[in-house]
Ligand binder design. Structure first.
Ligand code: T68
Length: 831
């Protein structure tokens, strides 16, 4: 295989091979020109910036294919287990820069492009990122693919090729406006359509019983509709690992024969309608981060990609020449939250109805193959589907789920006789009122492993949402604290810092980030500190220029860059940060000469389009910015920026430029957080609560290098159970009162005292996320931040120590844990 694809010496290669594979400057240049001429079909003299970007992208992709073919060959190696990562979202970010980094050809391509009269940075900016995810969950999937390939683990990421990804955000008159994300408009050079890899997916209809040739009673699903899923493949290169894994996304299409012949013969317009409705399935990503929305199309999307993916695994199993009964030896399927959890019922259907297997062995295979990651404790975010909707779309799956549930509850009842409450709590079907299918229960019953994404989160999972499952199956529970890839999040996004670090301790940290510890001994060294500060200042200047260009706001790179970027949600408490800003504003207004440190507050993040309070929080941020930024008494000491359209591309600009990372969610609400890791890896200090992975970050970097505040998760529980009364906190704290009164009085919404009333009412009436209870602790902690920032050297030392001690938050560590404890998937043996 290897010999056929790879010339082992340049002499055995033909010229075209060099154009497609060669890494020296002349080969690269020729390859790029070839793609301008023959792929873009342009004369070089006529080529647009986009043509240049496309040509470079194709030239780079060509250079990924040798490794890719070898890696795809490994999928047929029976001694290797394939990790099948099922996720409704993959937030990959722009490919070109990352592929250059992972292939180790940034500089050679930069030079080739320059010799052709182009600038690589301009070409990198030309790429429209594939925004096929909402936030943390989708980005985690992308970091994990990077680590899987880097660690040489055979893996396929399975998901949906949304035609429209997460919307682009614009800010108009201070409000969020959503713009359709037409990311495929200019073509996508990274994907390869595989029309020959496609599967039929049934929907709706009814089921029938029949007797097979052995007189066994079987079930047949007669669908109301059939659609087709077509594979689109994107190569995912590991960092200098020689392995390139596969991201396989499904696009839905109409099944011509089905529409034209069986049903709509002669009815041309009906057939076209069918085509349109079939294509709708993979049309758009649902932009909700967390709160569940019971949309029929969403369930169809989930089932669609899960069914295609499982059918694809069965095909690969056959290609390997293995029995379907040995599926668990070939595949480890990871369910990224409950979005793909219909896989439990679908695999049972494929095995029992289509492979004619008996129930028990099919169930054993299913449980051995599946593992489930939970990403949230918020009750309103747990997926559940109304029974009528579910049975109309997936009638056979509902029968299967009833059977799974019947057998499961029989076991529960025989283990705990008489405890009807227990059975009702564990049941996959929620019967308390309107009936629902509880997807977290389906995933938990049908998986051999269940994991949370940070130590605290896993503990809370075991104590609350999945307590009864933990009592029943304690051995299934694991914690795998999230991680992020240091390739994209340091090497690519912060090249100056990467160079500084590598100059001191070598490059090993990129794959062995525990080696960053070697920086500790330089943390107090003045010359190193000076270089460190210089890098940060440069990154801040770059961001400042972009802020100026996109918002018109001028910010001072010497000021403290205080950054809060993540999806907008009340539990993440962006509005607590606003209370801090108004507090400082009030101090200045009370005494314009009062000593307030110069700070730039940078916010970024999208609000779900239907989440009114989140959108109002954006309006509050921009409105407070209007007033504060233009107040003569403030005199530029405080600047508030809402950076529009926070996404991976913009994140790469923002994280390296931060001094202070805001991780201020109500304790117990943020499952893990991953932005917190990206900031700290780039030398920002964290101000945060004991929530999610903050707890472990603080442990690692040392409590003296972390600004901690706020009630703990246990104290939050305690406060709420005692009957939390936000108004008493408001009344008992004069500065807090002044801040809220200013908002209520319309000081930030001239002429409209009602604008922020819903927000004020929520805070004074309910304050579900305890902003008022944490307010004073947050202000005090921010005053400590100010004091610390005054001592430049001490601050720099803390910054260096943060980076030096963040090794455990590499996604490589997380993937090793999944491989060892959950998947039992070894890497491909080294070359
Ligand atoms: C996030 N969840 C967690 N959900 O909030 C975050 N949800 O704490 C954690 O670090 C991260 O997952 C990775 O584990 C999400 O990002 C979603 O995006 C989402 C999307 C659709 C439906 C529900």
């Amino acid at each position: 295989d290897k010999l056929v694809h790879r010339g082992d010496s340049s002499s055995s290669r033909e010229t075209t091979g060099d154009i497609r594979r060669g890494m020296d400057c002349a080969d690269l240049k020729q390859a790029i020109i070839d793609h301008i001429n023959f792929t873009q079909a342009r004369l070089v003299s006529q080529a647009t910036l986009n043509d240049w970007y496309m040509a470079v992208a194709y030239a780079v992709r060509d250079r990924m294919l040798d490794d890719w073919h070898v890696s795809l060959g490994h999928l047929r190696n029976r001694s290797l287990k394939i990790v099948s990562y099922l996720s409704a979202e993959f937030l990959m970010g722009p490919h070109l820069g990352n592929n250059l980094v992972n292939l180790g050809i940034v500089e050679s391509v930069r030079r080739a492009v320059a010799e052709l009269g182009q600038n690589l940075d301009d070409l990198l900016r030309q790429e429209e990122e594939p925004g096929l995810g909402n936030g943390g969950l989708g980005r985690l999937a992308a970091c994990y693919l990077d680590s899987l390939a880097t660690l040489r683990v055979p893996a396929i990421g399975y998901g949906i090729r949304y035609e429209f990804g997460i919307f682009d955000q614009e800010i108009r008159d201070g409000w969020q406006v959503e713009i359709t994300d037409k990311w495929l408009r200019m073509g996508n050079p990274w994907e390869i359509c595989r029309p020959d890899i496609s599967y039929l997916v049934k929907l709706g209809g009814h089921t029938e019983q029949y007797s097979d040739e052995n007189d066994c009673l079987r079930v047949r699903w007669v669908p109301g509709k059939v659609i087709k899923g077509v594979a689109y493949d994107t190569p995912v290169a590991g960092y200098c690992s020689g392995v390139t894994d596969l991201l396989r996304l499904w696009k839905s299409e109409a099944v011509e024969s089905f529409n034209f012949q069986a049903f709509n013969l002669g009815d041309y317009y009906r057939a076209v309608d069918e085509k349109v409705s079939s294509e709708t399935i993979s049309k758009v990503l649902y932009p909700n981060d967390e709160p569940q929305i019971g949309k029929q199309l969403r369930l169809a999307q989930q089932y669609f990609f899960v069914s295609c993916s499982l059918q694809d695994m069965l095909r690969i199993q056959r290609l390997r020449g293995e029995n379907i009964g040995d599926l668990a030896g070939s595949f480890a399927v990871q369910l990224n939250d409950t979005h793909p959890s219909i896989a439990v019922a679908e695999l049972m259907r494929l095995l029992v109805d289509e492979q004619m297997m008996e129930w028990e062995p099919a169930w054993e295979i299913t449980c051995n193959v599946m593992a489930y990651t939970n990403h949230t404790l918020l009750p309103e975010a747990l997926e559940k589907w109304p029974l009528p909707l579910f049975s109309a779309m997936l009638p056979r799956h509902l029968e299967i789920i009833f059977e799974i549930n019947r057998r499961f509850l029989d076991q529960v009842r025989s283990a705990s006789p008489g405890d009807d409450g227990l059975a009702a709590r564990l049941s996959i079907i929620d019967e308390g009122g309107e009936r629902y299918v509880r997807m977290a229960h389906l995933a938990s019953v049908g998986s051999h492993a269940i994991n949370g994404v940070a130590a605290l989160h896993t503990e809370l999972l075991k104590e609350t949402v999945l307590k009864d499952f933990h009592d029943l199956y304690p051995e299934r529970f694991h914690n795998v604290t999230n991680g992020v890839t240091p390739r994209r999040w340091v090497l690519l996004s912060n090249p100056a810092l990467a160079r500084l670090i590598s100059g001191k301790i070598g490059e090993g940290w990129v794959t062995r980030p525990e080696e960053l510890r070697a920086l500790e001994k330089f943390a107090g060294q003045p010359a190193f500190q000076k270089s460190w500060r210089k890098v940060k200042l440069e990154n801040k200047s770059i961001l400042a220029a972009v802020i100026r260009e996109r918002t018109g706001i001028q910010v001072d790179p010497a000021s403290l860059f205080d950054v809060l970027v993540k999806r907008i949600h009340e539990y993440k408490r962006q509005h607590l940060k606003v209370l801090h800003i108004i507090t400082l504003f009030n101090r200045i207004k009370a005494d314009p000469k009062s000593e307030v440190r110069s700070r730039t507050f940078i916010f970024g993040g999208k609000a779900a389009p239907g989440y009114h309070m989140a959108k109002l929080i954006i309006k509050l941020i921009t409105s407070v910015g209007e007033v504060v930024n233009n107040d003569p008494d403030v005199a530029g000491r405080l600047k508030v920026v809402f950076f529009p359209d926070f996404n991976v591309t913009n994140g790469q600009l923002v994280y390296p430029a931060a001094d202070l990372s805001e991780q201020i969610s109500t304790a117990g609400k943020e499952a893990s957080g991953t932005g917190n890791m990206k900031f700290s890896l780039n030398g920002a200090l964290t101000i945060g609560t004991l929530d999610g992975a903050n707890v472990e970050i603080r442990q690692e970097v040392g409590e003296e290098n972390f600004f901690l505040f706020g009630h703990t998760a246990a104290e939050v529980q305690e406060l709420k159970s005692r009957g939390y009364d936000p108004r008493s906190w408001y009344e008992g704290n004069a500065p807090l009162r002044a801040v809220i009164d200013r908002i209520a009085a319309g000081d930030f919404s001239p002429g409209d005292r009602n604008l922020f009333q819903p927000l004020v009412d929520q805070l004074l009436g309910h304050d579900d996320y305890l902003l008022l209870a944490d307010y004073q602790a947050y202000m005090d902690c921010q005053d400590r931040v100010d004091a610390a920032f005054r001592d430049r050297d001490a601050w720099t030392e803390m910054s260096i120590l943060n980076v030096a001690r963040m090794g455990m938050f590499s996604s490589d560590r997380a993937i090793r844990e999944y491989c060892e404890n959950i998947w039992h998937a070894p890497p491909i043996p080294g070359d």
